[in-house]
Design a protein around this ligand. Structure first.
Ligand SMILES: Cc1ncc(C[n+]2csc(CCOP(=O)(O)OP(=O)(O)O)c2C)c(N)n1
Length: 548
């Protein structure tokens, strides 16, 4: 069997239905005559290809697979690979390498691919022999899906693809190892005996398939539930009665929020992602903290408290089993009409600073954010997928738009812009029947607008809502609070962007809302469309600073 056929066979057995990519000459020996079981999803920039595969992984729970064009393509993709790594997305990235027979001459379009990718992936490799390629690819899958999950990289010399190799059979490592029964019982007792117990959930819950057991645990012990600061996935239904909102990410505000709680259980998140610098210790003296994670690195960084590195699926199930049934008085159905609650009110936390929504400002030009979010909440489906890159608008977006099921929310875990439009491609491919909404700032939208073209070409009915405030509001607001004494700052306005025209030029239907009374009509049309639709919502540009 030829190496390329062994690759296609392996991908088919692993039920990989699409290959995201941007090709060049070095990739043609793979993608020419591509297997009919594999949909090639052309993306016009490599960061979009990796971003789409990341979205696919986060929504489907399965590896997304990418093929890049040798060193320049890999170089273009690095920011998106860093995001896949931060999001722990099991993305298998391949790239074509020059013909191995003349690599010693350092020909055009060759380069140290495996070395370049190495720092950002879990495993990076260029096979020495053609017959080693199928097993190397299989290893790339196994490493990617083994917790802590993450991207892997494989360089494929183009001449290897037509040589002979044996096929390999996919086999993921067995996952096992929850908490010891005595430990599970002790943690449950600690929570039960607490005056004010809390649970902090993160993306690890969703990756491990532990969502239902986490809800069961919270209900049984009447826990106050927070999402981890800046969580890329919440790990808990945000409309649930027990959910108090995301924790702030300013260290002092995290601490102030946790002060109320004497026992805090953190599941599937680091303790804690924080920003910007602030000297406080995040865990108050009177609070006992227990971390349960499948990421040894997260446990190693714990300062104070007890960490357990476990299989999260099994461990949370054990905790929930020990906790038993919920008290009868608890858990009336969640009220999905009301905005989700918000924890604390930290400076530097856009989540909370918009908690008291200002409402329309008299005489303001543009639409106030709360009206835009309320309109989105009216028009989107509660069981839809939300890909979130809403930046300074994020606090209100996340208050109004609930996440009701696992793997239906995704956000960049490392703060790199250009996440949402590519991720929406992958999300819609992972869940063709679901309604996918990408909410994105006008600044962020410009980091990967090529994704719009792929949405159109692949007929993916994603609704893209741009919350357009004419520039980099978060940076303007941050500057006003932290560096105004240094003088005015250039480069934070992005005027004269015609996003409606941009979308149209890439084949995506588009419309603009300039007044609140236009929102209902425009959003109804966008959500009903059979293909992608971009809505440019012109926000009130005089909105208050988000850093209170
Ligand atoms: C790849 C990348 N480049 C630059 C930045 C720095 N950055 C952070 S927020 C931001 C502005 C975002 O603007 P926009 O999406 O319009 O959201 P707004 O703050 O206006 O709500 C920029 C440029 C980044 N995070 N990632």
């Amino acid at each position: 069997m030829r190496v390329r056929d062994a690759i296609f066979q392996l991908l088919a057995e692993r039920k990989v239905g699409q290959l995201f990519g941007n090709p060049g000459s070095t990739e043609l020996t793979l993608i020419a005559g591509i297997s009919e079981h594999l949909r090639y999803v052309l993306c016009l920039h490599e960061a979009v290809a990796v971003g789409a595969a990341t979205g696919y992984s986060l929504v489907s729970g399965r590896p997304g697979v990418v093929n890049l064009h040798t060193l320049p393509g890999l170089g273009n993709a690095m920011g998106a690979i860093a995001t896949a790594r931060a999001n722990k997305a099991p993305v298998v990235i391949t790239a074509g390498q020059q013909d191995s027979r003349h690599l010693r001459h350092e020909p055009l379009l060759s380069g140290p691919l495996a070395e370049v990718a190495a720092p950002l992936v879990k495993w990076s490799h260029q096979p020495v022999r053609a017959e080693d390629v199928p097993m190397a690819l299989e290893r790339a899958f196994r490493v990617a899906v083994t917790p802590p999950t993450g991207p892997t990289f494989l360089s494929l010399p183009m001449d290897f693809l037509e040589r002979e190799a044996e096929p390999v059979v996919p086999a993921d490592p067995v996952r096992a190892g929850g908490l010891r029964p005595a430990t599970a019982a002790a943690v449950v007792e600690q929570l039960r005996a607490a005056r004010s117990p809390a649970l902090v959930t993160g993306a690890g819950v969703e990756a491990a398939g532990a969502w239902d057991d986490t809800v069961r645990l919270a209900e049984a012990l009447s826990l106050a539930v927070y999402a981890a600061p800046l969580a890329s996935q919440f790990g808990f239904p945000t409309g649930h009665q027990r959910f108090r909102g995301p924790l702030p990410f300013h260290a002092g505000r995290i601490r102030a929020t946790l002060e109320e709680h004497d026992v805090v259980l953190v599941v599937g998140a680091p303790v804690f992602v924080r920003y910007p610098y602030s000297p406080e210790h995040v865990v108050p003296e009177g609070t006992s903290l227990v971390l349960i994670t499948d990421d040894p690195d997260e446990a190693a960084r714990l300062e104070g408290g007890t960490g357990y590195v476990v299989d999260l699926h099994d461990a949370v199930a054990e905790l929930a089993d020990h906790a038993g049934p919920a008290p009868v008085s608890v858990a009336p159905p969640a009220d999905h009409a009301a905005p989700a609650p918000v924890a604390g009110s930290p400076p530097g936390d856009t989540t909370a600073s918009t908690a008291g929504s200002p409402g329309p400002q008299p005489g303001a030009v543009g639409i106030d954010l709360a009206s835009a979010c309320a309109a989105l909440a009216r028009h989107r489906r509660d069981d839809g997928i939300l890909v979130d890159e809403s930046i300074s608008s994020g606090g209100l977006v996340r208050r109004f738009l609930h996440v009701s099921a696992p793997r239906s929310y995704a956000r960049s875990a490392n703060g790199g812009l250009g996440f949402s439009l590519p991720a929406a491609i992958g999300a819609q491919l992972a869940r063709p029947e679901a309604q996918v909404l990408a909410v994105v700032g006008d600044g962020a939208a410009m980091y990967a607008p090529q994704a719009l073209w792929t949405l159109a070409q692949q007929h993916l009915p994603v609704t893209v809502v741009v919350l357009n405030n004419g520039g980099y509001k978060i940076l303007r607001d941050f500057h006003a609070r932290t560096s105004a004494h240094l003088g005015s700052v250039p480069g934070l306005s992005v005027p004269d962007l015609d996003l409606v025209g941009l979308a149209a030029s890439l084949g995506v239907a588009s419309s603009r809302a300039e007044r609140a009374d236009e929102l209902d009509e425009v959003l109804a049309e966008a959500f009903a469309a059979s293909g992608p639709h971009l809505v440019d919502i012109q926000l009130d540009t005089t909105a208050p600073n988000v850093f209170t």
